[in-house]
Structures are given as structure tokens and as C-alpha cells.
Design a protein around this ligand. Sequence first.
Ligand code: C2E
Ligand code: MG
Ligand code: MG
Length: 607
Amino acid sequence: MSVLKKADYFNTSLEQEMDSSFQQHNPFVNSTIQLNHAYYRQFQIEPTLYQCFFEHSSDAMLIADADCKILHVNSAFVAITGYSLEESIGQTPHLLASGVHNDSFYDQLWESLNQKGYWRGELVNKHKNGELFSIWQRINVIEDENRQVLYYISSFSDISIIKNTERKLWQMAHLDSLSGLANRSLFEQRLLQAIFAAKRSGQFGAVIFLDLDDFKKINDCLGHRCGDLLLQEVAKRLQANLRTEDTVARLGGDEFVILLSGLTHKRDDAEKMAGSVAQKVLDALFQTYLLDGQELQISASLGITFFSTGFDESTEKLLRQADIAMYAAKTEGKSTYSFYHPDMLEQANKRLSIENELRSALQHDQIVLFYQPQYDVRHQLLGFEALARWQHPEKGMISPADFLPIAEETGIIIELGERILYMACKQLAAWQAQGFDVPHLAINISPVQFNHFNFVDSVISALELTGVNPSTLMLEITENLIIKDINEVIEKMRLLKQRGIRFSIDDFGTGYSSLAYLQRMPINQLKIDRSFIQDIIHNENDAAIVNAIIAMACSLKLDIIAEGVETSEQVTYLADCGCNAFQGYWFSRPLPEAEVLSKLNKPKNRS
Ligand code: C2E
Ligand code: MG
Ligand code: MG
């Protein structure tokens, strides 16, 4: 094979040698190209044809001399890079450097060029306008017969579209679309790597499970848009308060997880470190949020578990442990963190079994109603409040405080609430049909239930199915409802009020209702929360609050009732303040249906 000398080479046009498609048929491809005009001549290919290939190739091409100075570029190069022929000639390919690649990347590239005579690979370049773009690049070295570098020939195609599609696919598979954080799958990959690294290094790593407190209420009361904005802001705050090497992911809903790796070799120190991260996160999340013009505050509960050498935990097991510890933090009063302990597993299993049992309780009619009488100061019966109880076949009577939060969290409350409403209406209709004088029956409505789109229809259908007199029904709602779109709340109340149903604000004084809102709502009664009644005789603050509530009820022309009244002193004091309706153990505990009849006035003579 004859090898051209450098001088001979210059007798031919450089462009003749440059067609990339031709290179694919070149016997020297993937090895140092040595110029061989005889080879071209053998195929009787004209130089002008090469020129044509070079100029019109859709791949960008450049030729540089042994010092990497660009000698020539084709029009695709100009189009792809934004640099004209004149601007490019005399420069080195560094003109396109993006700064994305590190020294070791270039070391490998040069090693390949020097040893193999070529390099192929992906690279990120910078357009003249500053934009980065990805290319697939081929560089070949052209040497003379003494293996001295004559030229570097490079051709590349813009693969930004492919890379962008690849990136989008990766993001779809690994990132949470709402928050932009890692999703469960990416988190588990990173956690697995961290577990292996911890086993090798002996350093502790931690998984922190984070759940926002009462997020469901915010979502239900303020709407999903506001909920989404809140989650995005939470994600930002989490990222801002963690190291870049920590992974933070959103598992779904309001559940986030954080991976801290390479903490320290000692468990005690690891606990201190993870604890301080958890506290930092709690503080950051507690700062006021401004969403859609609304100010909002929310806390979070965090659960922490650890892994290291000697721990044979799977990603799934660690996530479950951190989740269980998070629930322990919730039961400790929320807005705190707790470390996983094996004893917590038992508690978690209990919760899960309550959830499952509650579903079956509904199927097997284990939810029953008790009725607590309400009286005036002269012991005249004013009505009853229906209070749910779960008559468990083995565990006995379970209080609503133990199952309602779970019912609300899981959405079971919708079915449960409808059932209670129907049962209470049916009972009231039965008493009315028997001629008993029951002035009214109060039924508690959970905010989740009230905000359900079907709420008004479910009340109307209970009225129609049972034939109860709607004006004897009083629905107890809580102040927290009012933070939702007030117009929607008022509209629902108005529709029911049209039927004669009355409304009471339960636990009044503990929520954050605005007086302006209260005035606009079609309410009939304020029910002063038990917490203010307990100490009313000895606590001046409580007494002042109760007096203010009574005065306000007077000016808004609302009825007032005190709940949790346990002593005759409380009755006298409240009566002196102007409150003339009471509910509490002083008068009666909540009663099963069978005992209610003794409290009712005798049936009227219906003849
Ligand atoms: P609530 O609506 O404020 O009901 C009053 C609670 O105070 C009842 O607790 C009642 O038994 C208790 N109570 C009444 N008088 C006294 C007293 O003198 N001293 C003390 N210490 N407590 C008194 P219960 O039945 O355990 O209900 C707790 C809460 O569960 C209720 O508070 C209500 O928010 C909710 N709840 C009960 N039944 C239902 C229901 O059917 N649906 C919904 N959505 N919530 C319900
Ligand atoms: Mg109530
Ligand atoms: Mg109450």
C-alpha cells in the first residue's frame, strides 16, 4: 500500500478526504487514517465529488492541523455551532468547549486519539449563542508515513433531540412530576447504593420519613390547587435545607423521604446528626407560607431509622421502619421527630388492623349512636347530640377519638359519615313517629365529609329516606371548615338551610374563624368548646373568652350552648354570663338509644 507524503497530500483538495459516509467504507476506519489516494482512484471517484460530500453532509465536519488549529469547516458545522467559516479557521475546537467535561474526560479522549488514532463518543458543546447542545462525535487522526500527525478530522451530529427525549424519559421514570424531586424508584436505587456503601465503610446512614400534619384538611378545605402549591413549596424548602449529596424524594401525597448517607461510625453520633437535620427541616417547614394570597402554617412529623454494617435491612424494610417512626411522632403530638424502635412495629400493626376492622365494622353494622341530652338552666330538654361509638365484638365500645382520625385519613369517613347521618335521621324520625317531643338532634359532620362533593345530596337523601322533619336537625360543623372557599361553604349551607336544617359551630373558640366570615354564614348556634368550660371558675382567661363568645353570639343573634359542663358551679357561672343551654356530664353522659326514652317527654296524645 503506497503512503502519500505530506506534500503529495496537499496537491489534492483536503475536502476530498472528508466525507463521513465514505469513511464508513474506508479500510482504515477505526484505525489511524493514512492517506491513500490510490485507494480513491481505484474507485475512479472525482475530487469534486468529495468536495460535494463535505459541503453538503448533514454532519458537521472540521479539519484541524497537528496543533489542533482549525483549517476548514463545512456548512453543517456553521449551522450547528453558529460560528462562520472565517470565525472558525485558526481557532482550536476549544472554541466549542462547554465546560461540562472534566480533565479526565479529555485525558481519555487524547489517550484514545494517541493510541488508537480515533475517538468516538458523546460530548456537550456550546453554541455561539451560549446554548449547550449534545453531539455524537467522531475524531480521526491522519498521519504521514512516519506516523507524524498531519491532521485531525472530526465530524459530529447534533443529538440534542435524542438527549432531550432521553432526559425526559429518565425524568418521567425517576422524578416526581409535581415537586421535581426524586420519586420512589430513584430513591430506592440511591438507598440501595447507600446501604452497600454503609456496609463497606461501617458508617451509619439514615432514612427520614416525613409527613405533613393535617395536610388532608388543607387539601379538603383549601382545595387541591393550594395543596399542590404547598407541596411544591415544601419540596423547595427541603432541598434548600439539605446537602446536595442527600437525596430527598416525594413518595406521593404529602409523604417525603430523605436519605442521609456517610454520617459517622457511632450510632449515638448518627442519632445526633440525623436529629439535628430533622429539627432543621421542622423549623424550615414551620415558617409561614403565602399561597395564592393566603397565609398558612403547617407542621410535619418525621420518623428516622438507621442502617450500617451488620444491618441486613432492605430498602422496603427501612422505608417501613421510618414510616412507623413517623406515626409515633404523630401520636406524640405531631410537629416532632422520633427514632424507630422495634416496639413501634406493634403499634403500627394495630393501626393497620383498626383500618381494616373499621371497613368491616361498617359492613357488619358495628357503628352505633349514643345520645347526649342538652338542657336549659331549668333542666328542660332542648335536644340531643348523636355521638358515634364502635361496638367492637371483642374489644368492646371504642371511642370516636380512637377511630375517627383514621377514618378521616383513609377517607372511610365519607361512608361512615353518611351511615351516621342516616342512622341519626332514622332514629329521630322513629321518635317523632312515636310522638316523642325531641326538640332537635345534633349530628357531627367532619370537615372531610362536608367538603365532599356529594355532601348536600347525601343529607337530602337521608331526609327523604327517613322522612324526618328537617327543622329538628342541627348539623355541627367546625370552624376549620371556614378556611375553605367561604362561598362554597355558604352555598352548601344555604341549600340545606332552605330545607329547614340548622347549623351549629362545634368546639367554638379553638379554630381560626374570622368574624367577618361568621357573619356571612347561615349559622344558628355557637357551641363553646369544653376546654374553656373546664376551668372557667378559676381561670380568668377562660372566663374572659367565654364572656366574649357569649357577647358576640348575642350581637350576631346566635344561640349559644356550653359543652363539657361537669359541675353545678359551672352551670351557675355560665347562666350568670348569659348562657342558657348546656351539655355535659353534670346533666347526663351520652346514652345508648334504649336509655334515651327515659329522658324524653311522654308521647303527646296524638288522637
Ligand atoms: P364533640 O362533638 O365536641 O362531642 C362532645 C364530646 O365531649 C363527646 O365525646 C362527649 O362524650 C364528650 N363530653 C360530653 N360531655 C362531657 C363532659 O362533661 N366532660 C367531658 N370530659 N367530656 C364530655 P366523644 O363522644 O368521645 O366524641 C368526641 C368527638 O368525636 C366529638 O366531639 C366529635 O368531634 C367526634 N364525633 C363523635 N361522634 C361523631 C360523629 O358521629 N361524626 C363525626 N364526624 N364526629 C363525631
Ligand atoms: Mg359535637
Ligand atoms: Mg364539641
